[in-house]
Design a protein around this ligand. Structure first.
Ligand SMILES: Cc1cc2nc3c(=O)[nH]c(=O)nc-3n(C[C@H](O)[C@H](O)[C@H](O)COP(=O)(O)OP(=O)(O)OC[C@H]3O[C@@H](n4cnc5c(N)ncnc54)[C@H](O)[C@@H]3O)c2cc1C
Length: 718
């Protein structure tokens, strides 16, 4: 099979693969190409493990008189089962249990991931489940019109009216608004401008894959963070979940996100007034209300394009009009869940999505593929700032886009005023530092990196970091715990028609007895077969390998529905980003250190959503329901893809980092335009709020540089 594994080792591997994914009505693992997959992955992602794996295969062979391949099949299974429970053995170079777990994962990856990775020949496992990427008869309609960098470092102007740091959700919108307002803008992005070819539908390396392999939109191994978890501080690298990544590159998170486009509810802006301030928390009201943001929600929905139907969103605020596009059509699961909701008296709505349900903004409608969340859209139907706000900025002719450029610190003058940005630009294998002068700066690097940047920008006037006079930069790190339930049905409820989220209830976002906040719950994106294997095995519904594992996924993939959603978190001052005093990234810049924990109220919120989701699935006819509560989550701060809150807005410099217009207190020319400014993060996905706030605050920032408002508790209105 392989030039590098000896014939004997290859024979052992083949036998193991066929025990882990045995032949039944469908071909076994070896015939499906799992062997070629393992060979490829050992070349590409797991090269350091090759000799360990070979050593373990030899040890396995020696366990059986006459060798492993010669054993009867039942004895091979019995031996693997025994080894799975053996944590160490003197004759083994690694823990036998770890070896079996590793091989089971590799067999699942080779059997259930896309054919492009060398296994799953002819997509045979997908056919056995009913999973498909494209619906029957559909084709990919168009290339996503991705922007390219427009400027090289040597061609930069001496000075810009404004430098925007980060081309993600907030930064993309800010660059558009400022360039359209007539300013010269430099948009700098640490990642690349990635095309759909750069981002293939690779089920092992998406931003929702469970494999831990390096993704194209992820940080490199030499860009670590320090995380203080249950077992003390640890240096971790992406894509370890504790690293808390979103996605780097033009578009930021929106390049690969799921595009759920919810508005926060009026009560989300006044959490302290509504619930009080729980002990140990820093729960607070926003300095603005829903009404202040409503016009900007509307602009984002119509200018960028949201499909949906606002009817049925119980806790939503008033809206001036509906959405520009109808919701995407129902899935098989929608009908089942709607029936259950009716039985319970729940109000439901479609899930609003920044995905075209009809042609919009010159891009086609969604083809309803089964690869949405975590992947770049190969139909150009999903809207991110890479195909909306950033191109709009560039078309003005006033915005330069510089990629592979990481802002290191903000530059200040002798008075402490921000006058530019120091940037590390990467050119091939080399890099150098540049200083770019600017009248104004917008920071939109995502909640963790924005805090890191401000903290790394100390000056004699603000020695602990810009905007950090009250030790608030980096505090209140929050995100969303996810909680819900999974239901198993007698009939098929999954038709592999994407995107997937189609029916939601907003009945549990507020006014839940004994809970601060709550959250929206909805059905999920079409699950990939590999992620399904992982989930079901982790829940103990199926074993990790063997005949029952294979049959289990085949029977359950199309008969299960997940209902879950984001829990509104209660922020605490101790959940925070600081910069590590010792650990540095590849450029020598101090890295982010994440510490603290979630608030106990969050676990209560998670338990509530899990119970409500379980009831909904039960009422919808599920034969078996498992709660996914996140209550037993290990200690450590919440961050990741919905990260927010580290530079909260407020009415007083003593309790906030920015004023109600997103400007850092004491710096009229410094705007923060990403999720960092969220005071609380709502009980829904945050991106539409990030974009609406960026639109509102950048518009004001572009008008002039008005003086800071007087410190007041009065709310500032548009
Ligand atoms: C797989 C996935 C699914 C998601 N699904 C949803 C969803 O359905 N709905 C929803 O509301 N949200 C979703 N999100 C989250 C959403 O994408 C984020 O909330 C949003 O993108 C955050 O916006 P932001 O402007 O704060 O930061 P980002 O979008 O992360 O943008 C920050 C940008 O700054 C760049 N950057 C960082 N540091 C520097 C530096 N020092 N110099 C220069 N550039 C820098 C980064 O590379 C990045 O491009 C999802 C995210 C992912 C990854």
């Amino acid at each position: 099979m392989t030039p590098t594994l000896s014939p004997r080792t290859a024979a052992v591997l083949r036998a193991v693969i066929d025990r882990m994914v045995p032949e039944d009505e469908f071909p076994g693992g070896w015939e499906a190409g799992v062997g070629s997959f393992i060979e490829q992955i050992l070349e590409r992602d797991l090269a350091p493990l090759r000799s360990e794996l070979e050593g373990a295969l030899c040890a396995l062979d020696l366990e059986a008189p006459g060798g492993f391949p010669a054993l009867p099949i039942a004895d091979q299974v019995a031996l693997l089962t025994r080894l799975e429970r053996t944590s160490s053995s003197p004759s083994w170079p690694v823990s036998p249990a770890d070896f079996i777990a590793r091989l089971a994962a590799l067999c699942a990856q080779g059997y259930y991931a896309d054919e492009g990775n060398g296994g799953n020949r002819g997509e045979m496992s997908w056919r056995s489940l009913g999973y498909r990427v494209l619906p029957k008869g559909a084709t990919w309609p168009a290339e996503d019109p991705v922007v390219s960098p427009t400027i090289e470092p040597d061609a930069l102007r001496a000075r810009y009216d404004c430098v925007v740091i980060g081309a993600g959700a907030g930064g993309g919108v800010a660059a558009q608004v400022l360039a359209e307002a007539g300013m010269s803008v430099l948009l700098i992005e640490r990642g690349e401008a990635l095309s759909t070819e750069d981002l293939p539908l690779d089920q092992l390396r998406s931003e929702r894959s469970i494999t831990g392999y390096q993704t194209r939109t992820g940080a490199g191994r030499n860009e670590p963070r320090v995380v203080e978890g249950a077992s003390g501080p640890e240096v971790v690298a992406a894509p370890d979940g504790r690293w808390s990544g979103n996605a780097f590159g033009v578009g930021g998170g929106t390049r690969v996100y799921g595009a759920q486009a919810w508005r926060f509810a009026p009560d989300d802006f006044r959490m302290a007034t509504k619930y009080g301030v729980p002990l140990g928390s820093a729960l607070a009201d926003w300095p603005i209300g829903y009404d202040d943001l409503e016009p900007w929600y509307d602009r984002c929905e119509w200018e960028y394009g949201v499909s949906g139907d606002p009817a049925g969103v119980r806790s939503g605020g008033p809206r001036r009009r509906g959405y520009p596009m109808p919701p995407l059509p129902d899935t098989l699961g929608t009908t089942v869940l709607r029936r259950g909701a009716e039985r319970l008296g729940l109000s439901t709505s479609a899930v609003p999505l920044l995905i075209n349900s009809t042609p919009y903004n010159g891009r086609p409608a969604c083809v309803r593929c089964g690869t949405c969340v975590g992947f770049a859209c190969h139909a150009a139907a999903k809207t991110g700032t890479h195909n909306s706000a950033v191109p709009r900025a560039l078309v003005t002719g006033r915005c330069d886009l510089l990629t592979s450029a990481q802002a290191e610190r903000l530059v200040t003058d002798s008075e402490g005023a921000v006058v530019g940005v120091e940037v590390v630009v990467v050119e091939g294998t080399t890099w150098r530092r540049l200083t770019i002068a600017a009248d104004r700066v917008v920071v939109a690097a995502g909640a963790i990196e924005t805090a890191r940047l401000l903290l790394n920008s100390g000056s004699p006037h603000e020695p602990t970091g810009i905007g950090n006079a009250h030790d608030l930069v980096g505090r209140h790190l929050q995100s969303h715990l996810y909680a819900g339930a999974i239901g198993f049905f007698a009939d098929v409820v999954q038709d592999s028609r994407g995107p997937g989220p189609s029916i939601a209830t907003n009945d549990h976002r507020h006014d839940n007895h004994g809970v601060v906040g709550g959250g929206m719950i909805a059905d999920d994106f079409v699950p990939t077969p590999l992620n399904t294997w992982d989930l079901l095995a982790r829940l103990g519904v199926i074993p990790r390998w063997g005949a029952d594992a294979k049959r289990g996924i085949r029977e359950l993939w199309s008969r299960m529905q997940m209902v879950f959603g984001p829990v509104q978190e209660v922020p605490t001052p101790d959940a925070r980003v600081t910069v590590d005093p010792e650990v540095r990234d590849r450029f020598g810049i101090p890295v982010a250190r994440l510490s603290g924990d979630i608030h106990p109220e969050d676990r209560r919120g998670a338990a509530l959503l899990a119970s409500r989701a379980a009831e909904w699935l039960d009422a919808s006819g599920a034969e078996r329901v498992i709660r996914l509560a996140a209550e037993d989550r290990p200690a450590g701060p919440s961050g990741g893809q919905h990260q927010a809150g580290t530079c909260r807005m407020g009415s007083l410099p003593e309790n906030s980092v920015t004023d109600p217009w997103g400007r850092v207190w004491g710096h009229t020319n410094l705007l923060i335009a990403d999720g960092s400014v969220h005071v609380t993060n709502g009980g829904v996905n945050p991106v539409l709020t990030i974009m609406a706030l960026a639109y509102r605050n950048s518009t004001r920032f572009a008008e002039d540089i008005p003086p800071m408002p007087h410190a007041t508790s009065a709310r500032i209105r548009d």
